[in-house]
Design a protein around this ligand. Structure first.
Ligand code: KMH
Ligand code: ZN
Length: 271
């Protein structure tokens, strides 16, 4: 089994300090949370950025400054900007961080109901354009999958020559598709051989999904974007605490943790 790649989704776009006061907004806070996650064992930082007042932004300059600050503290970490941004942003707004040529970025493969009237919109045209942009710039997409049909969309991108194998998937469970072992196994069985995958269980499903993925040989994403609690009713003090918990589970299950360069190797990232 490969070593375990832990991704820390440290910030997100929807969670706020009202939910957990440790959610980072400023450049300093974002760098602090990235460092805590990295020191605990995360090799990938999935990055959203905010204005100082917490407003989500995809502003290229804000990304540049945050990435510089993170790189000062975690020189070898893999930084994976979001191209999802926040609900309601235009495609051009969302694509801004790709202009910085990061090693990786997320590529959502379909639209999702986010509760109430909120829709995270990803039309076919948008998905094709996002994939094209990433291909042109040599950015490895993390294919964001909220249900099985989105895997089929990703495979069409491969057929069109817009995404290259080996593929890397992120299964986000507990939003649209239920976070159960059966659902996760179904998704894993539906991707091409030679692909890698990680799972992001939302809310209380974060750690159960992580434990299953560790046992199955997949990888794990945790962080404030997906869950703000360390355990029932106990807010996490930092993203580092969430990563530490995954590392503890992995140790108990005999799975070693990948450092950033080992993660690059496993994911087939160009150095
Ligand atoms: N905040 C969501 C609208 C991503 O980061 O690529 C988009 C999202 C997916 O979380
Ligand atoms: Zn995200």
């Amino acid at each position: 089994m490969d070593k375990l790649i832990i991704t820390a989704a440290i910030c997100g776009a929807e969670v706020t300090k009202e939910h957990n006061p440790n959610v980072p907004y400023t450049v300093e806070e974002i760098a602090r949370e990235a460092e805590a996650a990295y020191m605990a064992g995360a090799s990938i930082i999935h990055l959203h950025v905010r204005e100082d007042d917490g407003t989500p932004t995809q502003d290229k300059e804000r990304f540049r400054v945050c990435i510089e600050e993170i790189k000062k503290r975690c020189p070898d970490v893999i930084i994976q900007p979001s191209t999802g941004g926040a609900v309601g942003m235009t495609d051009e707004e969302r694509l801004q961080p790709t202009e910085l040529n990061p090693e990786m970025a997320t590529l959502s493969c379909g639209s999702v109901n986010f509760g109430g009237d909120e829709i995270f919109l990803n039309t076919e045209t948008s998905i094709l354009n996002f994939a094209k942009r990433m291909k042109e710039r040599g950015i490895k997409p993390e294919l964001e999958i909220f249900d099985k049909g989105m895997i089929d969309v990703a495979l069409k991108l491969v057929k069109k020559g817009l995404v290259d194998k080996p593929l890397h998937f992120d299964f986000v469970l507990g939003v649209q598709m239920a976070a159960t072992a059966r659902d996760l196994v179904f998704l894993v069985d539906s991707i091409p051989e030679g692909s890698t995958w990680t799972v992001a269980g939302i809310g209380r499903y974060e750690m159960p999904m992580a434990a299953i993925a560790i046992a199955m040989g997949g990888h794990v994403r945790v962080g404030f974007e997906d869950n703000i609690y360390l355990s029932k009713g106990v807010l996490a003090k930092s993203n580092g605490e969430l990563v530490e918990k995954v590392v503890r589970i992995a140790k108990e299950l005999g799975r070693e943790i990948a450092g950033p360069d080992e993660a690059r190797e496993i994911l087939g990232l160009k150095k």
